[in-house]
Write a protein that binds this ligand. Structure first.
Ligand SMILES: NC(=O)C1=CN([C@@H]2O[C@H](COP(=O)(O)OP(=O)(O)OC[C@H]3O[C@@H](n4cnc5c(N)ncnc54)[C@H](O)[C@@H]3O)[C@@H](O)[C@H]2O)C=CC1
Ligand SMILES: O=C(O)[C@@H]1CCC=N1
Length: 275
């Protein structure tokens, strides 16, 4: 991938995952900068990845080909306004990973007419198994599109979207999605321990089953519904378990959860856009 310099504004969970994935993919540490006001975050990132860390956002973005906004949605406006003049002058590409925050608002806070890619990655980027959707505004050149794509592709799969509004659904599905699968893992592991399985065995079997199911679904020509039926012997154990899940409304609950997350992303976008 192109070895252009990239700056992360905000060095929290998601920046950690993306930086870790980039370094693991062979991106040179001296090309990566992170700005964060928290000295503990800066020290952690510098020690772990040997990248440049900064307290001052303006110094951190100097000469950056791409600037990744990795702060909470609620502070994006205040972070962007002072950076607008320098980012426009440098013609840096701005890549936002913030949930809900809309591209027209990001562009407006930066002073307008600036290349912005709005994305939604997820934390498995840390192990280069991320899933990211991207949307580019009209000012993004082909080179910048390639740069955004190569940065996110280094940490997992990517999908371009033509319609920005779809990013709220993506946020609910794959942005928040790791949490749903972790919840399932936590719950299954705890239930197995409660039933009498040793802790280490319960953990290992839970995680390998999750990995195996995901790999199998990715590599198979059959959809997950069909693969589920293959596990389910008539009158067997899976059928007994599935009956409990269905009668408890598991599918409905997941639909409602995805709806709630999508709605929240839309609300965040609306509320923050009114600033
Ligand atoms: N955590 C996740 O799974 C995902 C998060 N996102 C998005 O990524 C963004 C960051 O989320 P997290 O990393 O989870 O949050 P976080 O709270 O872990 O990280 C945010 C970082 O920003 C720093 N910060 C605060 N004020 C700052 C300022 N003025 N300038 C520079 N840095 C500042 C904080 O010290 C903190 O380290 C959010 O907008 C979120 O919507 C997107 C996809 C997945
Ligand atoms: O919970 C959140 O708002 C962020 C966005 C997607 C995952 N974490």
């Amino acid at each position: 991938m192109a070895e252009e310099s990239i700056t992360f504004i905000g060095g929290g969970n998601m920046a950690y995952s993306l930086v870790g994935g980039l370094i693991a993919d062979g991106y040179r540490a001296e090309r990566v900068h992170v700005a964060d006001p928290d000295p503990a975050k800066r020290m952690d990132l510098a020690n772990r990845f040997r990248i440049h860390v900064h307290e001052d956002n303006r110094k951190a973005v100097l000469r950056a080909a791409a600037v990744v906004l990795a702060v909470k949605p609620q502070i994006i406006k205040s972070v962007l306004e002072p950076l607008g003049p320098i980012l426009r002058e440098q013609k840096s590409l701005v890549i936002s990973i913030a949930a809900g925050v809309r591209e027209p608002d990001i562009s407006r806070w930066l002073g307008g007419q600036i290349a912005v890619v709005r994305t939604m990655p997820n934390t498995p980027a840390l192990v280069r198994a991320g899933a990211t959707a991207l949307y580019a505004n009209e000012y993004v050149s082909q080179n910048q599109r390639d740069l955004a794509e190569s940065l996110l592709r280094a940490v997992g799969i990517i999908q371009w979207l033509d319609d920005e509004t779809l990013l709220d659904i993506v946020t609910a599905l794959s942005g928040s999605g790791p949490a749903y699968f972790f919840l399932l893992m936590e719950t299954l592991e705890a239930a197995a321990i409660e039933l009498g399985l040793p802790e280490q065995t319960a953990r290992l079997l839970t995680l390998e089953t999750a990995l195996g199911a995901a790999r199998m679904a990715l590599e198979s020509d059959e959809d997950p519904g069909r693969l589920r039926l293959r596990v389910t012997s008539p009158g067997g154990t899976t059928e007994a378990a599935t009956r409990v899940l269905e009668s408890g409304g598991a599918q409905k609950l997941f639909q409602q959860a995805l709806q709630a997350a999508t709605t929240r992303a839309g609300e965040l976008g609306r509320l923050l856009g009114e600033q």
